[in-house]
Design a protein around this ligand. Structure first.
Ligand code: DCP
Ligand code: MG
Length: 355
């Protein structure tokens, strides 16, 4: 059977939560952002505030110009994360095929749930209802036969929308679609396309695949498919990350401790960067090495505290390396891993790994 993909995206997520929790903000232009949300930009704006032209990623100072009488609220990431977890749990109560793409957004493959008496749109309505009952928040859902079209449809009737793209309406929708709404068409490409006279899906549709490749390189075949409503990508259920590691293989075997420790420091830095990006900490550190004869060895330490900083990771790795390395045996690979991961408190990130 043809796939049934659902895309769900919460409406003005942070702003809706602020309005829910403070009745004074209901029906008002609410702008969430500011200092604690990196560099004083708008995280999101309520639909009332969007009428003034305020939107995500805009500098707060610009928002104040456009909407001087708006209600400006600092983000409360811990609250948003709790709501996000409730929403993701509802998705998983329907299917294991859930791919979160952001805090407030996921794809679900519900093909196997669909029956004659249970169309995909009904399942989508159930999920919307469950989310509202659990959180008092509205979302918009889109149903279609692939991810591209599901995402497109969820955005078509915001807020509180439920939209279906099927073989009967897909052509109309795509042909009228502004070119900037196609995935992978950023602002720069959009401008270039418009200069070339490509304004809508119809204009795109009329180009051959060969022409698209000539103009847009590797993206050509995908654009060709999108204009036809084709997308074979699958819903990839996220793995919960158990560890983050980096390793490097040398072109020439190494035996110089200072040099190898310098590389371990770089690897510790890379692991630390990634932990910080995902808001994670770990308390198991592993150093792995391969000797010239390809023999692998590793050594692990469970710490009584949690680490994420480069220096903390490096210090443990130093001890592990010193204990592990044979002075006379050069090595060809070295790796650093931090495991037993947990979310740091109050970070603006979930443990779901989007890689
Ligand atoms: N977000 C952010 N910075 C951005 C974009 C988003 O901090 N540049 C945060 C705030 C949003 C949340 O992520 O509330 C979800 O992002 P969406 O793009 O889904 O935007 P909204 O849910 O706010 O609005 P929409 O109704 O358009 O989905
Ligand atoms: Mg959203």
């Amino acid at each position: 059977m043809e796939r049934r993909i659902l895309h769900v995206d919460m409406d003005a997520f942070y702003a809706q939560i602020e309005q829910r929790d403070n009745p004074k903000l209901q029906g008002k232009p609410v702008i969430v952002g500011g200092k604690s949300s990196s560099r004083g930009v708008v995280a999101t704006a309520s639909y009332e505030a969007r009428k003034f032209g305020v939107h995500s990623a805009m500098p707060m100072s610009r928002a104040h110009q456009l909407c001087p009488d708006g209600y400006y609220v600092r983000p409360r990431f811990d609250v948003y994360r709790d709501e996000s977890e409730k929403i993701m749990a509802i998705f998983r109560s329907y299917t294991e095929h859930v791919q979160p793409v952001a805090f407030d957004e996921a794809y679900l493959d519900i093909t196997h749930l669909v029956r004659r008496d249970m169309p995909a749109s009904r399942i989508a309505a159930f999920i919307k209802r469950d989310i509202f009952e659990a959180t008092r928040l509205t979302c918009s859902a889109g149903v279609s036969y692939n991810k591209f079209l599901a995402k497109l449809s969820s955005g078509m009737n915001k807020p509180d929308g439920l939209t279906i793209i099927h073989h009967g309406n897909v052509h109309d929708i795509l042909m009228k679609l502004p070119i900037g709404a196609f995935p992978g068409v950023g602002r720069v490409t959009e401008e270039k396309m418009k200069q070339d006279g490509i304004h809508t899906g119809l204009d795109l549709y009329q180009l051959t695949e060969r022409e698209l490749i000539k103009r847009f390189g590797k993206r050509g075949p995908r654009l060709y498919d999108y204009a036809r409503g084709i997308d074979h990508s699958t819903v990839k259920a996220e793995r919960i990350r158990k560890s983050i590691g980096k390793e490097t293989t040398f072109a020439v075997d190494k035996n110089d401790d200072d040099e190898i420790l310098g590389i371990i420091r770089q690897l510790s830095q890379q692991v630390s960067d990634k932990l910080n990006r995902y808001g994670l900490t770990g308390d198991v550190v592993t150093v792995k090495m391969k000797e010239s004869d390809f023999r692998s060895t590793s050594r692990q330490l469970k710490l009584p505290y949690r680490v994420s900083d480069t220096t903390d990771i490096y210090n443990v790795c130093y001890d592990l390396y010193t204990a592990l390395k044979h002075p006379d045996r050069p090595i060809r690979l070295i790796g650093v891993t931090v495991g037993n991961l947990e979310e740091r408190q109050f970070m603006n990130m979930t443990i779901y790994d989007f890689i």
